[in-house]
Ligand binder design. Structure first.
Ligand code: IMP
Ligand code: MG
Length: 182
């Protein structure tokens, strides 16, 4: 595939749409093996929207019938550095007490976002497992280990497949790295 030039910047493909689709099917099979009961998928917005939508369809294919909720959290505002603080922009609507929850996020870096979401839902009485599409090793500021991981991600700022830099590039069907102009 040729590398697209967007806003005069090129995005180098790191994980192709085909690779992502194959991995999503594997993740769904792993999740089904855990035999979740009355599963509620909670997607952490915005970055996980595309991954969560594809994963839901794969979960259907392996015979699960999860319900879905969204939680909009923010730790990155604009730019590439973490503010270190997580804020709830929108909370889930359902009562999560005694439910099996699969928390879905795009990328695990410092771990603050995921740890925050796990603590919040666990405090409400949910049984929480987690699925992160990408994991950047060696970047953890808080101790958190996702139950399911799509890919280990090199230590670059990545975009596409729902992930953004300054609100752009979410529409790309693949995960890529922006090549900075020299
Ligand atoms: P953490 O709280 O530091 O683990 O950061 C997790 C959140 O930061 C993710 O859910 C993303 O929304 C965002 N993030 C971290 N690294 C990247 C990246 O390389 N590209 C786009 N977003 C990122
Ligand atoms: Mg996110």
């Amino acid at each position: 595939m040729s590398e697209p030039a967007i806003e005069h910047r090129r995005v180098k493909v790191l994980f192709s749409a085909e690779q992502i689709a194959r991995r999503n099917a594997e993740l769904a099979a792993e999740i089904a093996q855990s035999q979740p009961k009355d599963l509620l998928v909670v997607a952490v917005l915005k970055g996980s929207f595309m991954f969560a939508a594809d994963l839901m369809r794969e979960l259907h294919k392996v015979g699960l019938a999860p319900q879905m909720e969204f939680m909009h959290l923010s730790s990155y505002r604009t730019g590439m550095t973490s503010s270190g603080q997580v804020t709830i922009l929108r909370d889930v609507e359902s009562d999560v007490r005694d439910r099996d929850i699969l928390l879905v996020d795009d990328i695990l870096e410092s771990g603050r976002t995921l740890a925050f979401a796990i603590d919040l839902l666990a405090a409400r009485g949910a049984r929480v497992t987690t699925c992160c599409l990408l994991e950047k090793p060696g970047k953890r500021a808080v101790q958190v280990t996702p139950t399911y991981v799509g890919f280990t991600c090199p230590d670059h700022f990545v975009v596409g497949y729902g992930m953004d830099v300054a609100h752009s590039f979410r529409e790309l069907p693949f995960i890529g790295v922006i090549e900075m102009p020299a």
